[in-house]
Design a binder for this molecule. Structure first.
Ligand SMILES: NC(=O)C1=CN([C@@H]2O[C@H](COP(=O)(O)OP(=O)(O)OC[C@H]3O[C@@H](n4cnc5c(N)ncnc54)[C@H](OP(=O)(O)O)[C@@H]3O)[C@@H](O)[C@H]2O)C=CC1
Ligand SMILES: O=CCCC(=O)O
Length: 332
């Protein structure tokens, strides 16, 4: 996934160039210019085309970028190929054919495998190239991947995102980046195509830590909201009214308004898979442990997500955690 306009993408083979881009979520008159110095050839790579990776790649394609994709399950590449993406048969092949490669993988194990394993991206990396890992992982994993990438002479940026399926589709993600600052500046136009804001947080690990702190708050909020929905119903209130009341007060949050109505109907269309939320709580608990901080609310929430997984809800939206509370009630 490389440049943000046909002008920028088209100029890529010429080496150093100047390009203008327009971010799709900005007013049409908004433009950002940037000087880039890239090796000949290029384009942008996208590894991992799940709920998040596919719309992010689609946004780059729609912005005129030259995008090459790979996904473990090859069929998920097809919609991107229809949009004009190229395909390479391995992460190493994508990395060697692209200037900058983005990776959006499920968890630490898959992020390491795709970056550092057999035919992994590191094998296609070389000086002048960049690797941007936007998966949600822990700091140690990010540092390990960064080491494999930078050992090749390439640059590494971690850039996990806040925002879910719809913000990914709408190009409204929030990037929490850390690592190589020149690479951050180089990919900023691309981040602006896929997102509405970006933070550069310093050394590798800080982006991962910020993401885990945000998601641990979110995971606990969802459990508290679930408890409220169930209690309101049990005491004879309409939970839909609770959603409405919350939306007008100090604890209003888009998450409650978005997920509340379907939770009341026991429907959990997947935007953020529950298994990933539980992974993030597990990683946040380890982060807290590393600095001897107690996070008892998160620990309790994590147990509920684990129960929900054991009920077969891992691939449902994380709001399905309410079913774990219902199961506890039934087993009393
Ligand atoms: N969904 C959301 O709202 C958000 C998710 N995130 C984070 O982004 C990341 C991706 O999330 P999301 O897109 O929802 O997840 P999905 O489960 O939809 O996609 C996961 C991706 O990882 C790939 N993958 C999994 N295991 C392996 C492996 N062993 N080797 C190679 N590829 C593998 C999958 O490939 P395959 O298709 O073959 O299974 C797929 O491309 C996660 O870290 C998540 O925590 C961050 C913000 C929001
Ligand atoms: O990691 C997932 C985050 C989901 C969100 O920010 O809405």
């Amino acid at each position: 996934m490389a440049a943000a306009s046909s002008l920028l993408c088209g100029a890529r083979a010429a080496g150093p160039f100047r390009a203008a881009i327009t971010a799709p979520h900005q007013p049409p008159s908004f433009s950002l210019s940037l000087s880039l110095s890239l090796p000949a050839g290029g384009g942008d790579g996208g590894l991992g085309l799940g709920i998040m990776g596919a719309p992010m790649a689609a946004n780059l394609l729609n912005a005129g970028c030259d995008v090459t994709v790979w996904n473990r399950t090859k069929s998920k590449c097809d919609p991107l190929l229809t949009l004009g993406a190229k395909y390479e048969p391995s992460p190493a092949d994508v990395a060697s054919s692209c200037d900058v490669t983005f990776a959006m993988l499920a968890d630490p194990a898959s992020a390491v495998e795709v970056a550092c394993g057999a035919n992994g991206a590191a094998q296609g990396m070389s000086p002048g190239k960049g690797y941007v890992d936007v998966s949600t992982v822990d700091a140690a994993t990010s540092k390990l991947i960064g080491k494999h990438i930078t050992n090749t002479g390439a640059s590494f940026l971690e850039a996990p995102v806040s925002g879910s399926k719809k913000p990914a589709e709408d190009g409204l993600l929030i990037f929490l980046t850390a690592g190589d600052e020149p690479l951050y500046n180089r990919v900023a136009p691309l981040l602006d195509v896929m997102g509405k804001s970006r933070f550069f947080l310093g050394d590798v690990g800080n982006g991962a830590a910020m993401k885990l702190v945000v998601n641990m708050v979110m995971g606990s909020m969802m459990v508290s909201f679930s408890e409220g929905l169930l209690l309101s119903e049990k005491v004879g209130l309409d939970p839909n009214t609770l959603v409405e009341v919350i939306s007008q007060g100090a604890i209003s949050a888009p998450m409650f308004s978005l997920k509340g109505p379907s939770m009341v109907k026991a429907a959990y269309p997947t935007a953020f898979p529950l298994k990933h939320q539980q992974k993030d709580l597990r990683l946040a608990l380890a982060l807290a442990e590393s600095v001897s901080q107690s996070i008892p609310t998160v620990a309790a929430a994590n147990e509920l997500y684990k129960v929900a997984k054991s009920l077969g809800l891992a691939d449902q939206d994380f709001s399905a955690v309410i079913e774990a509370l219902k199961a506890k009630e039934q087993n009393k």
